[in-house]
Design a protein around this ligand. Structure first.
Ligand SMILES: *Cc1c(COP(=O)(O)O)cnc(C)c1O
Length: 366
């Protein structure tokens, strides 16, 4: 029997072949490769999708976070609070600008950033909080917004895993000061290479990101600030315009699959992520925890099911951040998830038979 792959982008691209190739050709025909008209079209579409006034394409999700912090004026000596349980790139932008990432633990049930841990981490140097909608499940934006307001901090949203998710009916990315997105190929909305974007209602931030991503210029060859080369490619933009039309259907299908998993899996060894009632996730990953992870992964493998882990080493215990002086037990909830998480296959093109095989394999684990 064929294996059930953890993820298979080839299936998605097979269904889109007739749309993607002509789109790429149109960019080549106009030589609009770096920034340019196709990027502007996508920016308009994506801002409308997110319900913000502005979207600015850039080179990656990592650069979106970096440029957003720069545009807000966060800098050396400042502290930015970010969850310890996330993909490491949530923190890179903070380090790039010479600020200090201050990690906060996650909640024990939703596995999203714990607002009370955030409040405890605030010092006189804190300038911003980055809320991450991990796995596509919105973090507690109500609580984070209250904290940000009370302490006059910027609230950024790392939406790299959550394109199309809603919090109290509002699109993620449009809630905080800036929403940062990744279009890495495997994300909910993926390019055919590297790409990212920021969305915001703040004209000043939008204009600053526009300049920062392109050598600090507003006018060609007039450099008003030290800038970067972090423009979005025309080919990525046109692909994203094609795929954006399918995003809601893909999110819906993944929500159906998650429902089948949650309803079908009956195994006391398996714990699901708790989903708050006021959110509509745009599932990027389906993550469970299990006490004895190695035997579970081995069992799934023997049943032909591929799995993954997101993420096995939390940010505060990475060598890259050794200088912060963290040790084990600093963030117990984060460390528990890191030590016990397993991601099951989740992508829209999974077949009913594959979904059933995953459920049966999980249920037969003892
Ligand atoms: C993917 C990801 C990023 C970085 O995006 P890239 O486009 O890969 O640079 C940042 N934060 C989170 C939570 C991510 O999953």
């Amino acid at each position: 029997m064929d294996r059930v792959p953890f993820f298979d982008l080839k299936r998605q691209h097979a269904t889109l072949k007739d749309e993607l190739m002509p789109a790429i050709k149109s960019v080549i025909a106009k030589s609009a490769f770096s920034g340019g008209e196709f990027v502007e079209v996508f920016e308009k579409q994506f801002a409308e999708y997110c319900g913000t006034k502005y979207a600015r394409g850039c080179g990656s999700g990592t650069s979106a976070l970096h440029l957003a912090l720069l545009a807000l004026g966060v800098g050396p000596g400042d502290e930015v609070i970010v969850p310890a349980h996330t993909f490491i790139a949530s923190a890179w932008g903070i380090s790039y600008i010479g600020a200090k990432p201050v990690f906060a633990d996650c909640l024990p049930d939703t596995w999203e950033i714990d607002p009370r841990a955030v409040e405890k981490a605030i010092t006189n140097n804190t300038r911003a909080i980055i809320g991450v909608h991990l796995y596509g499940v919105p973090c507690d934006m109500d609580a984070l917004q209250k904290i940000a307001k009370k302490h006059t901090l910027y609230l950024l949203e790392d939406c790299a895993q959550a394109h199309g998710a809603r919090h109290d009916g509002t699109m993620v990315g449009s809630i905080g000061a800036v929403g940062c997105f990744s279009f890495y190929p495997g994300k909910n909305l993926g390019a055919v290479g590297e790409a990212g974007a920021i969305v915001t209602n703040d004209a000043n931030v939008a204009e600053k990101v526009r300049m920062l991503r392109s050598h600090g210029e507003r006018e060609k060859y007039v450099h008003e600030m030290v800038g970067y080369n972090e423009r979005m490619d025309g080919i990525q933009a046109v692909i994203l315009s094609v795929k954006l039309k399918h995003l809601d259907a893909w999110n819906k299908r993944k929500t159906e699959i998650v429902k089948k998993y949650v309803e079908g899996i009956e195994n006391p060894a398996i714990t699901f992520q708790t989903i708050p009632e006021n959110v509509t996730p745009a599932y990027h990953l389906f993550v469970v925890t299990v006490q004895n992870r190695p035997t579970f992964i081995e069992h799934m493998k023997s049943r032909g099911i591929d799995t993954s882990m997101h993420y096995p080493t939390p940010c505060h215990l990475q060598k890259a951040y050794a200088s912060l002086g963290h040790k084990r037990d600093d963030f117990p909830n984060t460390e528990y998830v890191a030590d016990h998480c397993v991601s099951l296959p989740l992508f829209p093109e999974l077949t009913e038979q594959e979904i059933e095989r995953v459920v049966e394999a999980v249920n037969s684990y003892a």
